[in-house]
Design a protein around this ligand. Structure first.
Ligand code: MN
Length: 375
């Protein structure tokens, strides 16, 4: 293949990692180049890559990540053989350890506050002081393309809840951050240590059943309205490939507490597209978030909770200030029941960012189609 011709966002300046299996073969780690994959396990002989997830490799740390990325690039420049993606099967790239989801967009939090609590303050008093989050269900994180079965549960109604299929199935367009290197129990991870721990970024759709969620979330937060499925991209974009995408976030007022790194509020200039049944319905910009990826990591460990290889934390719904930048159907339809997903609907989240080569890279897409609930 002629590497120089590739302009589709998967060139030599990107090289995202994934797990694939050739026909009749076992799962192993590869890097994507164009519409092909390089079998990195075979090409490097590294045993940590001949495994069914990225975890063993991610645990080796930033020096090995940099060496391996450079080696993959050298191999491809030297014309290493690759396999067309159409001839392989792609899998969940990481074995998810713990999963946390944040709520880091001030535009999303304000919109949701106005819709759910029209008579109260849009933002609760804690919101500008800490990145609000909850623990999700690691075992139901699924790779792009996995069908999403409409969940059943308790739906609120005027004379008491009813049981049945959710009528308000929604998406949340998010970014996910994948932890490579763990930390010690009892020792917070300082905000400046982001690059020592975080391996890469995935696209993430936090499927949400708004009726189930609205009834259950007070006082302990989201539970069954979220835990039925969370989709992530097949490809993990290494943090190194996003070196040209860092931007200063819009600003924080009041200044956050010192452990949240008030002087290090860098976000990523990643553009998101929400595609519903083939039509772009929204373009949320990640650069408009309030809390940064490093601040979310510092906050989630400030109590001494340890990180593990394979931990995943989501940004929360990405919504910009404009109506056409909203990252959930709840906001796009402003609570209108007809805006939610119907059986058979397909949602694709697409992501792009400035690459280090002067063009743009395309992060892995996240695809999912809604299926009716089983009997
Ligand atoms: Mn979410």
């Amino acid at each position: 293949m002629r590497v120089a011709q590739m302009t589709d966002g998967f060139g030599l300046d990107h090289l995202p990692y994934g797990v694939f299996s050739p026909v009749g073969g076992t799962r192993r780690v590869g890097v994507r180049i164009g519409d092909d994959v390089l079998d990195l396990a075979a090409a490097t002989g590294r045993p940590e890559l001949a495994t069914p997830s990225l975890n063993a490799f991610m645990a080796l740390g930033p020096d090995v990540w940099a060496e391996t990325r450079a080696e993959a690039r050298r191999l491809l420049e030297a014309g290493a053989a690759t396999v067309p993606l159409r001839d392989v099967e792609l899998h969940l790239p990481i074995e998810v350890a713990d999963y946390v989801d944040f709520y880091a967009s001030i535009h999303h939090a304000t919109n949701v506050g106005r819709i759910f609590r029209p008579d109260g303050a849009a933002l609760l008093p804690n919101w500008r002081h800490l990145p609000v989050g909850y623990h999700g269900r690691a075992g139901t994180v699924v790779p792009s393309g996995t069908p999403i079965v409409r969940p059943r549960g308790q739906r609120p109604a005027a004379d008491g809840p009813t049981y049945g299929a959710s009528r308000r199935l929604d998406i949340e367009a998010e970014l996910g951050f994948v932890v490579g290197v763990g930390s010690q129990l009892g020792t917070p991870v300082p905000y400046g240590a982001f690059a020592d721990h975080v391996f890469g970024v995935v696209g993430l759709n936090d499927w949400s059943a708004r009726d189930i969620q609205a009834w259950e979330y007070v006082p302990l937060g989201p539970f069954l309205g979220k835990s039925f499925a969370t989709s992530v991209s097949h490809w993990v974009t290494p943090v190194a490939a996003l070196a040209a995408a860092w931007v200063e976030l819009p600003g924080q007022d009041p200044e956050p507490l010192p452990y949240l790194g008030p002087d290090l509020t860098r976000g990523l200039d990643i553009d998101v597209e929400v595609v519903l049944n083939g039509e772009v319905v929204s373009r949320p910009p990640y650069r408009t978030m309030y809390w940064s990826p490093a601040q979310m990591l510092a906050h989630l460990t400030v109590n001494g909770a340890s990180l593990r290889t394979g931990d995943l934390y989501g940004s929360g719904t990405i919504s910009g200030p404009e109506p056409e930048q909203r990252g959930s159907l709840l906001e796009i339809g402003w609570g209108d029941e007809s805006a939610y997903l119907a059986d058979g609907d397909e949602v694709v989240l697409r992501y792009s960012a400035p690459g280090t080569g002067g063009g743009r890279i395309a992060l892995g897409e996240v695809r999912g189609r809604v299926q009716p609930p089983g009997s």
